[in-house]
Design a protein around this ligand. Sequence first.
Ligand code: ZN
Length: 74
Amino acid sequence: MRHNRSQRGSTRSHHGLKGIALTKCPDCNIAVMRHQACSNCGKYRGKVVINLEKKPKTKTAKTPKKSEKKAEAK
Ligand SMILES: [Zn+2]
């Protein structure tokens, strides 16, 4: 039998999405998504998981671009 709109709606009343679960990082008190490392300090469950310290840029030997190659050839 076909349900009317209110019966359908009452069934779907539980189908809504719930908000994301946020907790606070114990170290920096910033809202963090659960089961994910803190984006501020890189810690998860008290351990540093991601090293967020900025490293000094190491220069890698770049291959010259095509336009640069042409300039050298002339
Ligand atoms: Zn943190």
